[in-house]
Ligand binder design. Sequence first.
Ligand code: KIV
Ligand code: ZN
Length: 387
Amino acid sequence: MDRLIIFDTTLRDGEQAPGFSMTVEEKVTMAQQLEKLGVDVIEAGFAAASPGDFEAVNAVSETVKESIVCSLARALESDIEKAGEALAPAERKRIHTFIATSPIHMKYKLKMSPEQVIERAVSAVKFARNFTDDVEFSAEDAFRSEREFLFRVFEAVIDAGAKTINVPDTVGYAIPEEFGKLIADIKNNVPNIDKAVISVHCHNDLGLAVANSLSAVKNGARQAHVTINGIGERAGNAALEEVVMAIKVRKDYFKDIYTGINTKEIYKTSRLLCRITGSFVQPNKAIVGDNAFAHEAGIHQHGILAHRETYEIMRAEDVGVPESKIVLGKHSGRHAFKARLEELGYKNLSEDEISMLFEKFKKLADKKKEVFDEDIEALILDELFKS
Ligand code: KIV
Ligand code: ZN
């Protein structure tokens, strides 16, 4: 009961954001790295959304062996059928079905009454169980839903066989204390809640997705939907690296709660996503930004040299940030350049490719004081991946 299940939706909600779409091959590469990272559930896509998404869910299902592979499906038989079909080759599979439960969504989007919504949710969960016992149900816009109705929906879908009930803050409207209270209220008011795992899915419109997720965990949620680098619709979703490291670093606060994430793979996973999407994180991004472990101010450097914990609450090594602090510039040699490529995860480049990249790097270094990892990644992307 104390393991926090990490449900990664980089390939579904993350990919939905403008500028983050991925090809089938890219999704498979990313899924392999997510598995190495130790995520429990990989939401590989929304099989009914497009033939490409179907293919991606199917290809990830064929590749991934340890993590559970999941597809999103609206509460419609046709969507659920597509999800079941795409997931067929998976060793471990989950269908994630959803319908909105807030008054505004039911009235203007679904044009359905609350009773019709409950009925549809129950039949969707029952239908999904024809394909797998592992069914997750999301009450879209749960945070803005009327509480008594939400409790009834969750009770009904658990009775229908949902093993996980997900509580999305779809529009990123919640404040941490309120969101934590909602989870506590669900625990106390849904009579059969012990038969399901409570999950949360927080959006970052007010910059509170991670804080809301952590507040939920403190109040009894045992699954968090997250994405690498926090990518996702609009301002994004809760960032995997931040949720996981907060739980690990603040063990004194979260007590026995833990995740199965191999944190040393975090940096590599973040970089892989940047390379694939061509979109890099800002330097001050928590955990994976370039400055996350840099100590520039003299007073801080002095403190760090005297005792690391004066200004460091976690170690760069813990999240797999390359240890090397060598600054690359116009005086750097091929050896240092090759070492940096390896630290960034490019271990299989041929000597010819390295020489070609080194030449481009030298030209760039002539124009810049320091060549950053992002510059090198951009060089690689331009020279090796975009041809
Ligand atoms: O934000 C949301 O509500 C979603 C659901 C489909 C879980 O992405
Ligand atoms: Zn979402």
